[in-house]
Design a protein around this ligand. Structure first.
Ligand code: FE2
Length: 201
């Protein structure tokens, strides 16, 4: 996989944070850290690649305060920079289930752009980097890692629930089990300060 160097990824993230500062920046760093910690114990993943992909998964936020179009903006940005196969992480991280209607937020893009996302997802097979970033995206708050179930409620309170919510929760729980089995222990054992982040008030 052709991915940016750590130095390049940091430069992209810093630039994006200058263009659109927000809690997404700190969230991205925790996603990177979590992905690296899990990948370190996974026999088929490169921890440094996981870290870089974690840093860049929300790089579409560089284009401003948007909703779901950040996946398209991120994909286009990395593809145009010459990292077409890293760009996929911008697209796949939001879709543990390949269904563009299963989203939190809204599709603030054109019909053609939405069709592009649909077609893109339909034509790829997820790999363990895609799955790892989907998992880490959902357990990393801007303040650190927390129990997935807490995050579910947090998001439901902010966005409300639809008929898609239970299958989506189930898929994330399946990802948690999948990676816990891959690394031979609970993912929460390798992530720092889960207890503090989950139970502080
Ligand atoms: Fe994210």
């Amino acid at each position: 996989m052709h991915i940016p160097t750590l130095t390049q990824a940091r430069a992209y993230l810093d630039e994006a944070n200058r263009l659109n500062p927000g809690p997404w920046h700190s969230h991205s760093l925790y996603v990177a850290e979590g992905a690296k910690l899990i990948a370190t114990r996974h026999s088929d993943l490169d921890p440094d690649a996981a870290f870089v992909l974690g840093m860049l998964h929300d790089i579409g936020r560089r284009c401003g305060v948007t909703s779901m179009r950040h996946v398209i903006d991120g994909y286009n940005f990395l593809r145009d920079e010459g990292y077409a196969d890293s760009a996929r992480i911008c697209m796949t991280h939001s879709f543990p289930i390949k269904d563009t209607q299963m989203i939190f937020g809204a599709w603030d893009c054109s019909k053609d752009e939405l069709k592009f996302v649909d077609d893109y997802l339909a034509n790829i097979e997820y790999n363990d980097y895609d799955r790892l970033l989907q998992l880490c995206d959902t357990i990393a708050l801007p303040s650190g890692f927390c129990l997935m179930e807490k995050r579910f409620i947090d998001v439901a309170l902010r966005y409300g629930v639809s008929e898609h919510i239970v299958p989506k929760w189930q898929k994330y729980l399946d990802l948690q089990t999948y990676f816990s089995e891959k690394i031979g222990r609970s993912i929460y054992e390798v992530l720092p300060k889960v207890v503090e982040n989950t139970f502080r008030f």
